[in-house]
Write a protein that binds this ligand. Sequence first.
Ligand SMILES: [Zn+2]
Ligand SMILES: [Zn+2]
Length: 389
Amino acid sequence: MSTVLDADLHLHSRHAIGVSRYMDIPTLAHHAAEKGLTLMGTGDAQHPGWIAHLREHLIEEEDGLYRAANGTLFVAQTELEDKDMVHHLVILPSLDAAEDLGERIAATGANVTSNARPHLRMDGAGIAEIVRDVGGIIGPAHAFTPHRSLLREGAFTSVEACYRDRVADVRFLELGLSADTDMADTISSLHQLTFLSCSDAHGPQPHRIGREFVRLRMDELSFPALRHAIERSDVELNVGLDPRLGKYHLSSCNSCDRLFAPSAIPDDRRCSCGGAVRFGVSERVARLADLPEGRHPTGRPPYLRIMPLAELIAFSLGVKGVTSKRVVRVWRQLVAAGESEIAVLVDLSVEDIARVAGEKVALWVLAFRKGALTVLPGGGGRYGTFELG
Ligand SMILES: [Zn+2]
Ligand SMILES: [Zn+2]
C-alpha cells in the first residue's frame, strides 16, 4: 500500500557554518512533528561528529530510513561543494553509506571535519561518481541562486555541462527559495528532472524547517522507495514560498544593494553608484528560458505557495519578530487546533482560525491561500515582503 508524506530533504547540522547550535535531532524531530513533516533530511550526513550524534539519536527501522524517539523519520542527506563552487544535494541509502562517503571525500584531501558542507577539489561529474558508488542520488542544490549554484551566471548553462558523462544519474533539481515550477519549466532541458522544494534550513524552528517541502507518494517507507519516488517523479505537490519572497529573486547591485526589476537592468550592468548588477534568480532563469511560462511536462505537480505560519501571524498582528511572546502564543493555539502547522496553513477552516486567533490572522491566511497579496520582491540577500490587496 503506498503512502503519501510531506518531506523536507535539505537541511544542515549545527556543524555547518552559520547554523543554529540548537540544530540537534531531538529538537529537530520535535519541531518537525509540530510542523507536520514526516520525513526529514539529516543534513551534513558525512560529518564524523554529526554521524555520531545521528547514531545516538536515530534507530534504523526501515530499509535506509531512521526514526527519532518521537517517530519522525530521517534519511541520510548532505550538501557538497565542487571545485567550481557549485552546491550539490545528496541523499544517501544509510548512515554507513554516509560514513563511506565521508572517508572517500577525506581521501581526496578535502577537510570533512572542519566544514560540514565540504569543498571538494573535484568537478560535478567526479562527485556524482562517488555518490553513485556509495548508492546515493545527487542533483543541483538551489539551482539558480547567484551564489554557488549550478545554473548561476558564470557557472553552467545546463545540467549536462556540469555532470557530463554522469548526467544520466541526475534525476532531480532543487528549485531553491527564489524559484518555483512555473519559472524552472521555462527551461525545456529541465523538463526531464523531478523538482524538489526543500528548506535548506539552518535552524530547527518551525519557521525555518519546511519553508519548502515536497509531498511524495512512496510505495513503502524505505530508502529504495524514496529513491524510486524521486526518480519516477512521484511528487504530488511542491510546496514553498512565493518565489518573489526569496532573497535572491530580483537582480541587485553588488555595491549598494539596490534592487533591479528585469526591465530596469541597465545594458552595461552598471548601477548609478558604479557597482555591478548581479543577476537575481528571476533574471537568470529568464536568460536561460526557451519556453514561455505555463508549459509543463506531463506529470509535473502543482506548486502550492505557503509561508511560515509564525511569519504570517507576525505580519497579521503587526508584530516584529516571529519569536515574540504574542506570536508564539497564537502559533501554539493554532497548531493545537489544526494538529500541525501545515494543516493550519492548508486545511484549517477560516472560521476556526478566526475563532482561535482572531479575524485579522484569519483574513491574512485566507488572502495568502487565494494569492490575494501584493508582493514586494526580495533580492540581494534580503527576503521580500507583502501587503494585502
Ligand atoms: Zn548550498
Ligand atoms: Zn549600486
